[in-house]
Design a protein around this ligand. Structure first.
Ligand SMILES: [Zn+2]
Length: 511
């Protein structure tokens, strides 16, 4: 009898907890619910609450006609109070009641007010997710229709859940842990300094490389989740503020001062020689006709292009300005505009040589036979050498480009190989620009492949961050904002093995 009563009480207590934690007073039947809106507290593990982010999945031209939304746990509906520090979720109790028992929604423009949030009712924050047009995303979804009556699907989730996926998209999940942790720190700092970046489309950050690549649950890996958790709530800061931490794939030997790429002088983004860079060589060709079209697309008033030349080079070898002579006069492309106009996946860095004739792709040149015209000292040729390619076409090699290998051993090498990459620039008037460059990305901040190399060499994430960002600290973003840290509640009678035990020690977070 006593036993039975205890059980009933426990069950009742459990229900009350659920009601207060997940459903808010307004959801219970009572006279005070007429207001129709209530802030809801939903439990999250320590560190996961507080900051939420809105991530655009499709936007602009990729906006869609309709969205299929699915959540096996059902939905809460409401809106976010953007005026509160932590963007409190305000429950729409009438709409939530309407959605009782609904797991699938087919949304069209005009169905709901912009900004309506659909949150999973799932009670386990580790598994809570919604399926948006067939793809799984954590936590919730925001409805937003544009002026043309199309929908921008937006994922709405905690900052930490977002970082779990970003690290896996922005860096290979197989990268060493310390490199992944450096990526988690930069991605978190970048996100927090770019909130509202796409405010006109109804979200904070987009899911493409324009902001940070994010593909939902499918891009989370054990390694990336671990790297995110081990840096949870931590950001890179400078002078007491979160640093806007830019990163990219490969440096090409030097990182860049922010003002040599864009305009702002970021004191923590100072260029330096990169001792840990991976070799990344690229080539590209752009015809004058294509360049004219690209410049016009970019807003340049440009006539028929007559010639192009590199007109300013920085000390580190980066091309800082290109001069384009055309029938309407001269135009200049400066700094990062060179890459923006030509396309960042075509001209991949500011470190390049420019010429009017194509470079031979030596890496992939399959040599059928080689004829040394003359042989002087140590197998080094004095004169140009013709190499017969596998296709039977002779290819002229300049002295500086010649490298003859016997299996893995280099027998003779031209000066280009002795000194690393050397840049040369021609005035090009032959109708096509031929680029050969090194590095991939804008060059400001952390080069991801160098982070991998540093981690492989035994450096920590902190070492990596301090190497690529100048005079920074790694800090809690909540501390920087003067917010309280989430309380890591531990039950005294439990030992450390309860760490993964979870549910009984997760306090409710107001959000
Ligand atoms: Zn973006």
């Amino acid at each position: 009898m006593v036993k039975h009563r205890a059980k009933t009480l426990a069950a009742l207590f459990f229900c009350l907890c659920l009601l207060s934690a997940f459903m808010a007073p307004s959801y219970a039947e009572g006279p005070e619910e007429t207001a129709g809106t209530e802030a809801v507290a939903i439990d999250y593990p320590p560190g996961m609450g507080g900051q939420w982010v809105r991530i655009g999945i499709q936007w602009g031209d990729a906006a869609v006609e309709s969205i299929d939304l699915y959540c096996g746990d059902g939905f809460y509906a409401g809106r976010i109070d953007r005026d509160t520090v932590n963007n409190t979720f305000v429950l729409d109790s009438a709409l939530t009641a309407e959605l009782e028992g609904v797991t699938s929604l087919s949304l069209k423009a005009g169905d709901y007010p912009n900004g309506t949030v659909f949150l999973s009712r799932g009670q386990d924050p580790e598994t809570r997710s919604v399926r948006i047009n067939g793809k799984n995303f954590r936590d919730g979804f925001i409805y937003f229709a544009n002026d043309a009556g199309k929908l921008h699907p937006i994922s709405y989730l905690t900052l930490e859940h977002y970082i779990w996926g970003v690290v896996g998209n922005e860096m290979g999940s197989y990268y060493p842990l310390e490199a992944l942790k450096a990526q988690a720190l930069t991605a978190r700092s970048y996100a927090l300094t770019h909130l509202n970046h796409h405010w006109s489309a109804g979200f904070d950050l987009c899911s493409s490389g324009d902001c940070q690549v994010y593909r939902g649950l499918s891009s989370e890996y054990e390694s990336t989740v671990r790297a995110s958790r081990e840096t949870e709530g931590q950001v890179i800061s400078y002078g007491g503020q979160i640093a806007s931490t830019f990163y990219y794939a490969a440096s090409g030997g030097y990182t860049m001062n922010s003002e040599d790429v864009w305009t702002a002088v970021l004191p923590y983004a100072r260029g330096k020689k990169d001792e840990y860079c991976s070799e990344y060589v690229w080539t590209a060709a752009i015809s004058f006709t294509e360049l004219k079209a690209r410049m016009q697309n970019y807003g340049y008033e440009v006539g028929d292009i007559q010639s192009v030349e590199v007109s300013r080079v920085l000390e580190n070898g980066a091309v800082n300005q290109i001069l384009v002579h055309h029938s309407l006069g001269d135009s200049t492309l400066t700094k990062n505009n060179v890459m923006s106009v030509m396309g960042g996946s075509t001209v991949k860095s500011q470190f390049f040589s420019l010429s009017g004739s194509p470079e031979v792709d030596y890496e992939n040149l399959s040599v059928a036979s080689i004829n040394m015209v003359s042989d002087s000292e140590a197998g080094r040729s004095k004169e140009p050498v013709y190499v017969l390619g596998a296709d039977g076409e002779p290819v002229l090699l300049e002295l500086s480009e010649l490298s003859i290998s016997s299996d893995s051993e280099t027998v003779a090498a031209g000066s280009g190989q002795d000194t690393g990459f050397s840049f040369s620039h021609e005035l090009v008037d032959s109708g096509t620009l031929y680029f050969k460059g090194i590095g991939y990305g804008h060059g400001v901040g952390l080069p991801q492949t160098s982070a991998r190399n540093m981690a492989d060499a035994g450096f920590s994430a902190v070492d990596i961050i301090n190497y690529y960002y100048t005079n920074v600290e790694i800090t809690s973003y909540r501390a920087l904002r003067g917010e309280a840290e989430p309380v890591q509640e531990t039950e005294p009678e439990q030992d450390a093995s309860s760490e993964t035990g979870g549910e009984s020690q997760t306090p409710a977070y107001e959000w």
